[in-house]
Design a protein around this ligand. Structure first.
Ligand code: NAD
Ligand code: IPM
Ligand code: MN
Length: 350
C-alpha cells in the first residue's frame, strides 16, 4: 500500500549515525516511489536504559507489534560499563524483539559487488545468502549457573531445537533456493558432535529436500564450512544454519565480501503475523562511535531489504543500484564521512 507505519530504533553508538543516513536514502526513494512512511522513533538502547532502568517497556513492545516494519541501527553500550550488565540490551531488547515478533528467518545476503574490496586475493564471484534461524538454538536463555564464583562453578547454555522451529526455517531456505538461479542449498551444522540437535536438523533437511527435486543440496560441518568460505566462497548459494553458527558465519561472510560496513540483514517473520525488522549485521562499534567514520552502507542496504519485503521491489532495486554505483566510484583512499556516503547514495537516487 502507499502508507507504511515504520518504527525506527537508532539505538547506540554508530547505530545512531548510520540510521540518519538510512533514513536520508529512504526519504528520497520513498518520495520517488510515492510511498509514504509514517515514522515513529523509539529511543531505546544503552542511554535510555541507564536513564530509565527499563530496557523495553511492555507498552513499547506492544506498539512495535502494530507497525508495518522496524528499522534498527544497533544496540550496545560501552564495554565493561559497571552500570550495564552484560547482555542486558542484547537479550532484553534485540533478542526480545526477534523472539516476540517471531523473526525466525534471519536473512543475511553476501555479495562481492564490483567495487567492493575483499581481503581474499581471488575470491571469484560471491553471491550467497545465509538463512540463519532466529528464535531458537543457544540464544533462548535456557541455561543457568551453579555455585557462581567458586571453583565448583558450572555454567550451561542449552541449545533449543524444536522440530517446529527447525522445519519452518528449513522450508523457508528451500523455497528461497528454488527461486534463485543456481538452486543450491547447504546445511551447516556440527552433526558429528551436537548429535541431538544435529539429527533434528539433518532429518528435517532431508525430508524437505524430497519436496524440492530441483534444489541441489550439500552438508558441511561448521568448521569445514569456514575453510570453504575463505578458500572458495563461490560455491555457496543459500546456507541454512542455526542461530549461533549463523551469527558467526555472517560476520566472516561480511569480512570476505567487502567488510562489515556493507552487510545488511532482515529479521523476517515470513508468516507476517508481526512486523519484520531490518538492521545492519554490525553492532554499535564503541571503538569508532561519534567520529562520523562508520560506513552507513549496511544500514542503507537494510532499507533495500525492507522495501523488498514490503513489496516495493523496484524501489529496493534502485537503492541497490545506487549503492553499487557508489561502490564502483570508491577507491582505497576515498575518505568520506558517514554523512558524505549517505549524501552520495541519496544523490545517485535523485
Ligand atoms: P561491532 O560490529 O560493533 O564492531 C566490530 C568491529 O567492526 C569494530 O572494530 C567496529 O569499529 C567495526 N565496524 C562495525 N560496523 C562498522 C561500520 N559500519 N563501519 C566501519 N566499521 C565498522 O561488534 P562488537 O564490537 O563486537 O560489538 C559492539 C556492541 O554492539 C556490543 O555491545 C554488541 O553486543 C553490540 N552488537 C549489536 C548488534 C545489533 O544491535 N544488531 C550487532 C552486533 C553487536
Ligand atoms: C547480530 C548480533 C546479535 C546476535 C547480538 C548483539 C545479540 O551479534 O545481530 O549478529 O548475536 O544475533
Ligand atoms: Mn553478530
Amino acid at each position: 500500500s502507499g502508507q507504511v507505519k515504520l518504527a525506527v530504533i537508532p539505538g547506540d553508538g554508530i547505530g545512531q549515525e548510520v540510521t540518519v543516513e538510512a533514513l536520508k536514502v529512504l526519504d528520497v526513494v520513498a518520495g520517488k516511489a510515492g510511498v509514504k512512511f509514517d515514522k515513529t522513533q523509539y529511543d531505546l538502547g544503552a542511554e535510555n536504559y541507564l536513564r530509565t532502568k527499563d530496557v523495553l517497556p511492555v507498552s513499547v513492545l506492544a506498539e512495535l507489534k502494530q507497525q508495518d516494519a522496524i528499522l534498527l541501527g544497533a544496540v550496545g553500550g560501552k564495554p565493561n560499563d559497571p552500570n550495564l550488565p552484560p547482555g542486558i540490551l542484547e537479550r532484553g531488547l534485540l533478542l526480545k524483539i526477534r523472539f516476540e515478533l517471531d523473526h525466525y528467518v534471519n536473512l543475511r545476503p553476501s555479495r562481492i559487488y564490483p567495487g567492493s574490496v575483499s581481503p581474499l586475493a581471488s575470491p571469484g564471484e560471491v553471491d550467497f545468502v545465509v538463512v540463519r534461524e532466529g528464535t531458537e538454538g543457544p540464544y533462548t536463555g535456557n541455561g543457568g549457573a551453579l555455585r557462581v564464583g567458586t571453583p565448583a562453578e558450572v555454567a550451561t547454555e542449552v541449545s533449543v531445537n524444536t522440530a517446529f522451529g527447525v522445519e519452518r526455517v528449513v522450508r523457508d531456505a528451500f523455497a528461497r533456493a528454488q527461486r534463485r538461479p543456481r538452486k543450491h542449498l547447504t546445511l551447516v551444522h556440527k552433526t558429528n558432535v551436537l548429535v541431538n540437535a544435529g539429527s533434528v536438523w539433518w532429518r528435517l533437511f532431508e525430508t524437505v529436500a524430497a519436496e524440492y527435486p530441483e534444489v541441489t543440496t550439500d552438508y558441511m560441518h561448521i568448521d569445514a564450512a569456514m575453510i570453504h568460505m575463505t578458500t572458495n566462497p563461490s560455491r555457496f548459494d543459500v546456507i541454512v544454519t542455526d542461530n549461533l553458527f549463523g551469527d558467526i558465519i555472517t560476520d566472516l561472510a561480511a569480512a570476505i565480501s567487502g567488510g562489515i560496513g556493507l552487510a545488511a540483514s532482515g529479521n523476517i517473520n515470513p508468516d507476517r503475523t508481526a512486523p519484520s525488522m531490518f538492521e545492519p549485521v554490525h553492532g554499535s562499534a564503541p571503538d569508532i562511535a561519534g567520529q562520523q567514520i562508520a560506513d552507513p552502507t549496511a544500514a542503507i542496504l537494510s532499507v533495500a531489504l525492507m522495501l523488498d519485503h514490503l513489496g516495493h521491489s523496484d524501489a529496493a532495486a534502485s537503492v541497490d543500484a545506487a549503492v553499487l554505483a557508489d561502490l564502483e566510484a570508491r577507491t582505497p583512499d576515498t575518505k568520506r564521512s558517514t554523512a558524505e556516503v549517505g549524501d552520495a547514495i541519496a544523490a545517485l537516487l535523485g
